[in-house]
Design a protein around this ligand. Structure first.
Ligand SMILES: CSCCC(=O)/C(O)=C/O
Ligand code: FE2
Ligand code: NI
Length: 180
């Protein structure tokens, strides 16, 4: 279940309903996938072959197609980030820089954990969405955000894009951002 930390106040929001209410107020979708649908050998597995990544997408094909029908995504992938990922430092440098996407995107956590830091509306400021397996959020179009790993430094996520080129990011300079 996701948890929220509002950086300006250090307030934490927990509990599915409270988290959903807050995220929806920020136009961020918050849903759940049932990770137990995955065959046991694919759960908590981070060194995935292409076939295993396809098996994950096949397992959640109904959920993916439902999101496609609802929100028009046109392409999707599985990303795995661990210390063993080639170019992990380069990848993290990209993901940890504030950026926007010109479209709404989906991130569903399959294994491991990750934090999306999203710029909230009005005076909310940046808030952390700490995610665990089964948590799904959207990253609203043109919303400044970045991503970082948690202490376990590993995550597997399904990503859905409208952009047929997949992950296309636009750097966003934010002088108001305080690294905390
Ligand atoms: C765990 S998803 C990898 C990060 C990503 O796709 C993104 O857009 C971060 O902002
Ligand atoms: Fe992003
Ligand atoms: Ni774009």
């Amino acid at each position: 279940m996701a948890q929220i930390r509002i950086r300006n106040t250090n307030e934490r929001i927990t509990g599915d309903e409270n988290v959903r209410q807050f995220l929806n107020s920020q136009e961020v979708i918050y849903e759940h996938w049932d990770i137990s649908k995955l065959s046991p050998e694919l759960q908590n597995k981070f060194d995935l072959t292409d076939d295993q990544k396809n098996a994950i997408l096949n397992t959640f094909d109904t959920e993916i197609k439902d999101l496609v029908a609802r929100r028009g995504y046109r392409t999707w992938d599985v990303i795995t980030l661990t210390e063993a990922t080639p170019n992990i430092e380069e990848l993290l440098k990209k993901f940890e820089s504030i950026h926007t996407h010109s479209e709404d995107e989906i991130r569903a956590i399959i294994s491991g954990n990750g934090i999306f830091i999203i710029k909230g509306a009005g005076d909310v400021g940046y808030f952390d969405v700490e995610l665990e397996p089964g948590d799904l959020i959207s990253v609203p179009e043109n919303t400044p955000h970045f991503f970082t790993l948690m202490e376990n430094r590993k995550v597997v996520a399904v990503r859905l894009f409208v952009e047929t080129d997949g992950w296309v990011a636009h750097p966003y300079e934010d002088p108001t951002f305080q690294k905390a």
